[in-house]
Design a protein around this ligand. Structure first.
Ligand code: FES
Length: 147
């Protein structure tokens, strides 16, 4: 049911932990499943993400997607990190079962929330970045009601 890459990142998650005095911290949850993800970014003066760590209190897919998301943004510029969508994370993991797609959204939103926090602290605007939701379930509800 899960790809080898998902299992690998679940069993050996990369970049677990916290960064003290991080440039940006983002926390996002999903009230429906109760899972929470927190991402810490260390961004240098050139806008390059030097380090990234995460803590996820959630399901295996949430752990695997946060692990892969941190790998994808590490060493990238802020603008490049904006391209790391949940689709990109899922592709890098060779896919996720349909019921677990929402877990990858948590990773995308947590990165956006951390970038938002960084932009707020720096007093800058990151192109294309909108204020993140703290609960991603809010937006999902409307979509689910259509079924
Ligand atoms: Fe909610 Fe995976 S079940 S993040």
């Amino acid at each position: 049911m899960y790809s080898e890459k998902v299992m690998d990142h679940f069993e050996h998650p990369r970049n677990v932990g916290e960064i003290e005095n991080a440039s940006g911290v983002g926390t996002v949850g999903n009230a429906k499943c109760g899972d929470i993800m927190r991402i810490f970014l260390d961004i240098d003066d050139d806008g390059i993400i030097r380090d990234v760590k995460f803590k996820t209190f959630g399901c295996g897919a949430a752990v695997a997607t946060s692990s892969m998301a941190t790998e994808l943004v590490k060493g990238k510029t802020v603008q490049e990190a904006m391209q790391v969508t949940n689709k990109a994370v899922m592709e890098a993991l060779d896919g996720l079962p349909p019921v677990k797609v929402h877990c990858s959204l948590l990773a995308e939103e947590a990165i956006h929330a951390a970038l938002w926090d960084y932009a707020q602290k720096k007093g800058i605007v990151i192109e294309g970045l909108e204020k993140p939701k703290s609960d991603i379930h809010e937006g999902e509800e409307a979509e689910e009601e259509e079924y």
